[in-house]
Design a protein around this ligand. Structure first.
Ligand code: NAD
Length: 377
């Protein structure tokens, strides 16, 4: 089996965050490797960053895709890990050239871009995975399967949350890279907190429960003076089955780091999961609580354990969760290539979930401006 060759778009340069997380996640299984990339916007900086990573650099995306088309560079998929505003053009160019994509969340800057990208994914039928990292945690995958199998009965209510404290002051004024673009509407979109981490909470609520959010009533706050966009995002939603969703995200919760999780209440039981204790999934049915512990075996669906790398009791966490999304894309690509014995890919989020997330955030922004008026998603 040859290693899949991966191109990175974005992620290079001193002080950049998630590109390096993808770099590790790609390499984790020894079946994929980052070999090329356009790691920064500026052509010279992109070449220098590629040299620093020891990969083949390109000054821009069209040069890389042209070289791929001419057979001058071998590629199996691209990872888009730029700030939000640059996702659309990069993912679109790759798909139009015929290259599968693993795209960072939120999928694009605007709903209309996401609609176009979702249409393109459908038309090209190319593998496309949206990088909601936490959906790669085996216990979050298990929770999705448990709900689908009726372990908690019919879903009545979902609570999901993402609390952070890193933007409780005007960090962006110091020029801090990640804060600067996330709080700038031109580079992040119409919502800072909602787009950046509200979408993670949204995916937790909808992807795990299997229920779409149909309408919302929202209150977005901007607590830090001078900030242009929300730093606190609170939504009540109506689920497709008439149930209720409470989806919240905040960046002003001092002392909180990546407190993301969900509770799902059904007609016969409840599920609870916390990202900062990702190896445990709590199931309650009115008797003694049960904790399903990541273990690669008992009680864990086979499709989930097929993603695990170590025997039970060994920690698997953030990098593994992101690696699992790469594994899903890898399985789809190898299957499409006609390779034998490829394991089943888990239904991780893709373009439909990305589009739904963008519509959800837009509806929340509209509702909040109308003092919480119920707004269709
Ligand atoms: N899935 C997750 O859990 C998760 C976590 C963190 C960030 N993210 C997402 O990853 C993306 C990047 O976030 P980050 O925190 O790493 O930001 P960052 O600012 O640390 O990194 C952005 C990178 O993109 C490069 N870049 C900017 N414009 C470019 C362009 N036009 N072409 C090529 N490269 C370009 C920058 O040089 C930098 O290397 C965002 O969309 C963010 O939402 C996802």
């Amino acid at each position: 089996m040859s290693k899949l060759k991966v191109a990175m778009i974005g992620g290079g340069g001193e002080g950049s965050f998630f590109g390096k997380v993808h770099l590790r996640a790609v390499g984790l299984d020894g079946t994929r490797e980052v070999t090329a990339g356009v790691l920064r916007h500026d052509p010279q900086a992109a070449m220098a960053a590629a040299q620093a990573w020891g990969i083949r650099g390109f000054p821009d995306l069209s040069a890389m895709l042209k070289a791929w088309k001419k057979g001058q560079v071998e590629l199996d998929y691209a990872v888009v890990t730029t700030p939000n505003f640059a996702h659309f053009a990069a993912a679109k160019a790759c798909l139009e050239a015929g290259l599968p994509v693993l795209c960072e969340k939120p999928m694009t800057l605007t709903v209309s871009e996401s609609e176009e990208l979702a249409r393109l994914v459908k038309k090209t039928n190319l593998p496309f995975v949206l990088a909601h990292t936490y959906t790669g945690h085996p216990m979050m995958m298990t929770a999705k399967m448990m709900v689908a199998e009726g372990v908690i009965g019919d879903v009545r209510k979902v609570e999901s949350w993402y609390n952070q404290g890193w933007l409780s002051t005007a960090l962006e004024k110091s020029g801090q890279q990640q804060a600067s673009w996330r709080t700038d509407p031109k580079r992040t979109g119409i919502s800072n907190c909602g787009g950046d981490i509200g979408t993670h909470a949204f995916v937790a609520a909808t992807w795990v429960s299997g229920q779409a959010v149909k309408k919302v009533s929202a209150r977005l706050n901007r607590f830090v003076p001078g900030r242009m966009l929300d730093d606190d995002f609170n939504v009540i939603g109506e689920l497709a089955n008439g149930g209720t969703a409470i989806i919240t995200a905040t960046q002003i919760a001092i002392g909180y780091k990546n407190d993301c999780g969900f509770r799902i209440f059904g007609t016969t039981g409840s599920l609870e999961w916390h990202q900062e204790r990702a190896e445990a999934l709590i199931v309650k049915n009115g008797g003694a609580d049960q904790t399903f512990w990541i273990n690669g075996g008992a009680g864990i669906p086979r499709i989930v354990s097929s993603y695990q790398r170590s025997p039970g009791g060994h920690n698997e966490d953030f990098f593994e969760a992101l690696a699992n999304l790469h594994t899903t894309l890898e399985r789809k690509i190898r299957k499409r290539n006609g390779e034998k014995g490829v394991l089943e890919a888990f239904p991780h989020p893709g373009a439909p979930e990305g589009l739904a997330g963008m519509k959800f955030v837009k509806a929340a922004v509209v509702s909040s401006k109308a003092k919480g008026a119920w707004t269709k998603v």
